[in-house]
Ligand binder design. Sequence first.
Ligand SMILES: Cc1cc2nc3c(=O)[nH]c(=O)nc-3n(C[C@H](O)[C@H](O)[C@H](O)COP(=O)(O)OP(=O)(O)OC[C@H]3O[C@@H](n4cnc5c(N)ncnc54)[C@H](O)[C@@H]3O)c2cc1C
Ligand SMILES: *[C@@H]1O[C@H](CO)[C@@H](O)[C@H](O)[C@H]1NC(C)=O
Ligand SMILES: *[C@@H]1O[C@H](CO)[C@@H](O)[C@H](O)[C@H]1NC(C)=O
Ligand SMILES: *[C@@H]1O[C@H](CO)[C@@H](O)[C@H](O)[C@H]1NC(C)=O
Ligand SMILES: *[C@@H]1O[C@H](CO)[C@@H](O)[C@H](O)[C@H]1NC(C)=O
Ligand SMILES: *[C@@H]1O[C@H](CO)[C@@H](O)[C@H](O)[C@H]1NC(C)=O
Ligand SMILES: *[C@@H]1O[C@H](CO)[C@@H](O)[C@H](O)[C@H]1NC(C)=O
Ligand SMILES: *[C@@H]1O[C@H](CO)[C@@H](O)[C@H](O)[C@H]1NC(C)=O
Ligand SMILES: *[C@@H]1O[C@H](CO)[C@@H](O)[C@H](O)[C@H]1NC(C)=O
Length: 545
Amino acid sequence: MKISHLVFLFVLTLCFFVSWGATSIFDVDDSEDIISCLKSKTNNATSISQLIFTPLNSSFESIWEARVNNFRFIKPSTPKPCVIVTPIDETQIQTTLFCTKKHGYEIRIRSGGHDFEGVSSTAVVPFVMLDIFNMNSIDVDVGNKTAWVQAGARLGEVYYSISQKTNTLYFPAGVCPTVGVGGYMGGGGYGNLVRKYGTAADNILDVRFMDVSGNILDRKSMGEDLFWALRGGGASSFGIVLAWKLGLVPVPEIVTVFSVNRTLEENGTDIFYKYQYVAPRMDRDLLIRVRMSSQFIGNTTKKTIRMSFEGLYLGKNDTLLTLLDKHFPELKLKQENCEEMSMVQSSLVLALQGFTSSTPTEAIANVSAIQRQLSNAKVKLDYIRTPIPKSGLRKIWRKMFANDRSETLIMYTFGGKMEEYSDTAIPYPHRAGVLYQLYKGVSFVDQTSDTTPTSLRRIEWLRSFDMFLEPYVSKNPREAYINYIDLDLGVGRDTYEEASVWGERYWKRENFKKLIRIKAEVDTENFFRHPQSIPVFYYPLVSSS
Ligand SMILES: Cc1cc2nc3c(=O)[nH]c(=O)nc-3n(C[C@H](O)[C@H](O)[C@H](O)COP(=O)(O)OP(=O)(O)OC[C@H]3O[C@@H](n4cnc5c(N)ncnc54)[C@H](O)[C@@H]3O)c2cc1C
Ligand SMILES: *[C@@H]1O[C@H](CO)[C@@H](O)[C@H](O)[C@H]1NC(C)=O
Ligand SMILES: *[C@@H]1O[C@H](CO)[C@@H](O)[C@H](O)[C@H]1NC(C)=O
Ligand SMILES: *[C@@H]1O[C@H](CO)[C@@H](O)[C@H](O)[C@H]1NC(C)=O
Ligand SMILES: *[C@@H]1O[C@H](CO)[C@@H](O)[C@H](O)[C@H]1NC(C)=O
Ligand SMILES: *[C@@H]1O[C@H](CO)[C@@H](O)[C@H](O)[C@H]1NC(C)=O
Ligand SMILES: *[C@@H]1O[C@H](CO)[C@@H](O)[C@H](O)[C@H]1NC(C)=O
Ligand SMILES: *[C@@H]1O[C@H](CO)[C@@H](O)[C@H](O)[C@H]1NC(C)=O
Ligand SMILES: *[C@@H]1O[C@H](CO)[C@@H](O)[C@H](O)[C@H]1NC(C)=O
């Protein structure tokens, strides 16, 4: 109680100082604070006053917490915004932008709130949080095979809306239905259709976007450079995405989902070793993912690795069985491991929520039906370009045994369509030659916070596991994914050399330099910033090889 009280005072003080500071820096009228600015600049003060929250409003905490997806940030010591604005129309976003700038606050934009480092919900500086969850309309145009989706919509809502109109079109997006389209598509976005259709960003046709001056732009008026940057460069470095226009893709009416589990005692090492060679080269209608954790063998204190091979096949089970029998017989997939269903049902079943094919499809658009605490975790992500030898796999298992079974590894197979894009087509560069993506995470679900001794041990283990994996993962640079943002990679940003430590891992050199150039053009003053946003340097970028 005392602590939260102190933190509360601290936040208010921070917020007070910023208004005071802004007065001197920007020469703002003394009496006008940001709340009155928000009210005076709008054409309907009644409406906007219901959409503004400060720490003095009783609902402030619950509004803030509602979309902090990762429970690890929900604790008293997490710095909260000075003001939360939850706009219902674009003019209110313009007003928020204007008043935030005028009063010298930073801004954080929140769509689905799934950011792995809490970047959308917290900051160590006084900030205004623009939470656009109210702006989530979805307009599916089956005839033109397109959909306009507002940035506050969630992936599950997109899937559900499409499925209400057609079962032969879909959009290639991510696994967790509550991820927001605002963050997800701005970072690239892989999912169960990645081998067939590439990333989500590859399938974006147009955008509605607000720049730092409050102008609303589309692809045509912003030009191809900025449109390029928004699809994988992390949109929050450039401005506010209002809506995306998606190109829908054909899918069969019936798809097949399968799942088989193996342990090390059931030849897991050999099967996984073989997976690395065959799965990335297989027919692109087939996506296999592998989930792994350590567990005890029966009642004993001896550990093993349980591997779940799961997948989606864009066709019927007999064709799938023939395909796997030919190329991957070691998996021993049987008809009873397969189930035929519609595309939207496959998204439910593969959502890692315990849904089955008999769960009503509405559940995918129902935020209350999704277990949020599953992402109470610290995660890191790698790309694998060379199969890991069996000796390496055995070392990896031993390293996993050293943890307390709180870890999860998830491999998503690449190849297929991903081989056809150049690394510079959009900023997302993890393309040809990537065999699979390797997610590593430790969970804190059984802990009261991420700072208990047990949680700290797990984070320590994850960091050492990450170092240990170096010989087996992509190199020069060791690739990382902006949608799995990881501040451990570094936050230096005063010079290109400093920023390249993390920036080249997310985007590779050519793309990172282009993003820096575009950023300097569209947000010269670096208003849209966070610890790993595209930096602005105070002297020109020296071109080095
Ligand atoms: C459980 C879980 C499952 C996931 N599954 C996948 C997956 O299958 N595939 C995949 O590729 N990724 C996946 N991710 C990662 C996910 O893509 C990123 O966390 C993504 O940034 C989340 O977007 P959001 O809108 O929900 O998050 P937010 O926290 O709201 O935003 C994330 C970032 O995007 C910015 N942003 C949000 N909205 C806007 C906007 N309108 N304009 C400009 N910037 C904006 C924020 O400021 C922040 O920097 C998963 C994450 C979780 C937690
Ligand atoms: C202003 O907003 C309120 C609340 O949303 C609404 O009831 C009212 O009709 C609006 N007034 C005008 C003039 O649009
Ligand atoms: C929150 O409090 C401010 C005054 O601090 C008020 O202007 C605003 O209308 C309140 N918000 C809501 C949703 O009641
Ligand atoms: C495509 O969209 C345009 C503009 O919205 C509309 O006029 C046209 O009818 C649509 N075409 C089809 C085939 O639905
Ligand atoms: C396989 O293991 C997963 C946990 O990873 C479990 O949820 C699932 O029920 C298992 N599947 C089968 C077919 O045993
Ligand atoms: C493991 O491999 C052996 C030898 O190839 C084989 O006989 C056995 O059936 C396999 N076990 C499983 C569970 O696949
Ligand atoms: C597990 O241990 C319990 C108690 O020690 C015992 O009763 C049970 O039979 C054991 N189960 C197995 C599968 O070994
Ligand atoms: C698999 O395909 C066969 C042949 O088409 C069909 O009879 C069967 O119902 C399918 N099985 C499942 C689990 O969908
Ligand atoms: C959403 O899910 C919750 C929790 O499972 C449930 O109580 C509610 O009825 C669902 N809502 C709809 C509209 O299906």
